[in-house]
Design a protein around this ligand. Sequence first.
Ligand SMILES: Cc1ncc(COP(=O)(O)O)c(C=O)c1O
Length: 360
Amino acid sequence: MSSSQMISEHIQRIAAYKSENPAEEIERQLGIPIVQLGMNENPFGPSPKAVQAARAYLEKIAPYPDDSAYLLRQRLASHYQISMDEIIVSAGSSDILAMTYDALHSPEAEVLTGEASFIVYYQLAEILNMPLVRTPMKEYAFDLEAMAERITTGTRLVVLANPNNPTGTIIRRRELDKFMSRIPDHVLVVLDEAYFEYVSDSRYPNSLDYVRAGRPVLVLRTFSKVFGLAGLRIGYGISTLEIVAALYKVRMAFNTNSVAQIAALAAWDDREHVQKSVETNRVELEFLYRELSKRHLGYIPSQANFVLVELRKPVREVTSALLTQGVIVRPAWGCPACMRVSVGTREQNQAFLAALDKAL
Ligand SMILES: Cc1ncc(COP(=O)(O)O)c(C=O)c1O
């Protein structure tokens, strides 16, 4: 049997996800410093207290980590006023998403999501050969009416990013309530709230209310974004006891390392750092809006730490021209003339705008 014969057809069909060279390598090749605005990270990094906690813990990495992430779940449970057993901690929220697909997967189980959202939602369905339904977006946001229409007896998983990546739009409380009232019991709704802390719109729903009401909802949050710990890989999910128990069954043991857990605890406690990061993000978003408008470029107002910019040129031309100047941004999934730019520090945003002027 040749290697290609041993690989299932549905895996062979998957277009390889081409990850870029690491920033350090691009920096070396170009010989100029890189401005990384392609990954929606916190440009101010983690709380110094988290760094200090992680550094101090390095002496203790011989033992396996606490597989239950006891202390972190305890802290989260007390904050959210829920049971520790309604929380799962794992190596990033995308890892919990993968476990969710694994736990709910069966030959007929269908995944329903939007046309332009987080690429991982599509990749996971492809890997497991799950039927995937992607409904068109409406004004750059999820069209929940259209999605509700597409729910069938086969639908097992509805995946919504709120705020959405790459559009930065949110689903509002009233829309979500209405949508949830149409969700049958055989469907789990994943509310991926990776950018939750950045949202300022008062109409943003409190997703935990659904969990508290026993609805089939899984809320995902992460330490990768505002907490600045993407490199350590740690995130959490909140759902009903049954769903969380099922996720633990498919989770790989010891996948959340001890340094990440310690750093996450310290990052969680440093509210000042979070608040400062959120406030600066708002100021810088406004700055970017003004500067984009001056250049007659359209953008979608964002509730996250990135903004979708509408270009008048094929996006690849612009992103390549930016890259030669050391600025990394992303073409936006599902929109051929849009790019997604993370909000950086003022210096980074200015470097982006200067590079953009040359690129256009
Ligand atoms: C919508 C969304 N969900 C999840 C993630 C990944 O988060 P994590 O690092 O916790 O896996 C991202 C990262 O870009 C994202 O945009």
